[in-house]
Design a protein around this ligand. Sequence first.
Ligand SMILES: Nc1ncnc2c1ncn2[C@@H]1O[C@H](COP(=O)(O)OP(=O)(O)OP(=O)(O)O)[C@@H](O)[C@H]1O
Length: 588
Amino acid sequence: MPVKTFNWNFVTDQRIQQLKGQVRAKEERIVQLETENAVLHLKLAEYYEIIGRSNSKAVQLCSLYNEQQDLRRNTYLNLIQICQEVQKLKQELKDFQSFSRLLVSNFHHQYQECLSQIVDAVQGTQIENENLQSFQARTVDLEQSLQEINELYQVEKRKRKELHNNLVELRGNIRVHCRIRPLLPFDTESVEPAFQNRSISLSEKVIHAMDDETVLVRCNRPGHPLFNKTFQFERVYSPLESQTIVFGDVRPLITSLLDGYNVCIMTYGQTGSGKSYTMLGPHSESDAISPSEADHEMGIIPRAAGELFRLLSKNPTVNPRVEVSIVEVYNNELFDLLAKDSSGTIVGVKRDVITTKEGKSNVPLLTYELVESPAEFMKLINKSLQLRVRHPTLVHADSSRSHLVVTITLTMSVPFDSYVDQQSSQKLCKEILCTTPQKVMKGEKPSFPLRGSSPASAPLDLTEQQKQVQTKLQLVDLAGSECIGMSGVTGTVLRETSFINRSLAALADVLGALSEHRGHIPYRNSKLTHLLQDSIGGDAKLLVLLCVSPCQKYLAETLQSLGFGSRARQVQRVQAKRRNLLVSGKSK
Ligand SMILES: Nc1ncnc2c1ncn2[C@@H]1O[C@H](COP(=O)(O)OP(=O)(O)OP(=O)(O)O)[C@@H](O)[C@H]1O
């Protein structure tokens, strides 16, 4: 046998090739698997990411779930609470319902009661209404009769006043008015250290106007007995009453002047009590007084001038002549405040007062100025006020230290038969001619400067059947009485004060002597009383205006003034006489 030779190399190569093919296939498979693995890894990564996101969502959902669980639990708890509350409310509602039912039944009961009460009340009201209506009708009747009684009372009061005034005139009594001034700032200022801790009670009002004729002094100081006293006067002005009201009572006296009466108006009172205010109105050295209707504070003097010229302007046929003299009594000396020096400047010149043979007072050489209007008149007043002596005292910072006497002499020509009483006219004519220093011929023009002449010597142009009538209006602003201790004055002012007090005491003495009808009346004890002799004791219509302060501080002085006024009222002089004739014209 042949030994066949086997080719091992070939088989090995084949096998290697085969294995290599298998290795390649395996390697390809590995690559494929690795690729797949990589893809799977990628996918895994994606899934991881998705899982991560899902996890966080799951966590969120879990917390949401937890929250919801909490909420549910809370809601459940709340629900339980609410249920309990509802139960409670239900119970309360039940209670309330039963209470309401009780209330309603009570209310109903009360309502019924009220209703029956209302019915009763309505019935009562109807009865009351009927009563009221009848009362109203009665009230209207009563009111009407009260008004009638009131009107009657006013008429009677006026009549009584007129009668009283007539009686005062018939008896020749001095008419006394009293003016209570308002409390002023200086009333509360203390006078001296000793008074300082009492200043509150010192400024207390103790003087009151009870009605328009009665002053009440009522003082109730601790530790003192009650002082309660009334004083009667013809008129009492309360602190509220104005200058216009005061002048309203003075106005008729101006008419009297034109009717032929002599008139004298004087203010009396303690220093600072309102005398100059009442007579002149507010004024000062720098502030002149001008007559103006708009000035409600104007005093009697400017108003009297206005009224006089107003009345004269209504009756120009009387051919009036108005002359003025102004005199100051200072330290018992008389000064002519219209006297002029050689340069024509007004200077105060000393004059004297004498008594004529007929027993009348006269001031020789006194200056009389002719005035034709209130403005001219006030110009003279203002000039003379500049000369008037004033000094401050503790009571009044601008105290007048002299008595001021303004005299208006009115001469009129009137029809001869307008005055009937021939006999008395002849007597008067005689009287006046005797006191007249110059003889005046019928119809003669005055051939004199008015200064230094008596107004009685100035005749007017008289036509047939006319005669001259001359009347005098004296306006007197007295200096204020004062307590030397309280006014705190020394030196010159002290001397002035004692002169003022002495002259006022002399005035009181004259009134005392007149009221007692003594044979001798001490007019000559003082220049003041001597000058005013004819007005005080004669036949002039005399009005004394007492000025008083309302406060307790000046009680003593006020009582002194009220006492003076009361004594003045008692004085019975001759009845006021109408001036009939001065100088006859070409009379029948
Ligand atoms: N009725 C009143 N209304 C308002 N003020 C008044 C009144 N009365 C007085 N007075 C004021 O009181 C002060 C004192 O008044 P007045 O000067 O008139 O006093 P008097 O009595 O004249 O004093 P004296 O005697 O010292 O001169 C003034 O300032 C004045 O203006």
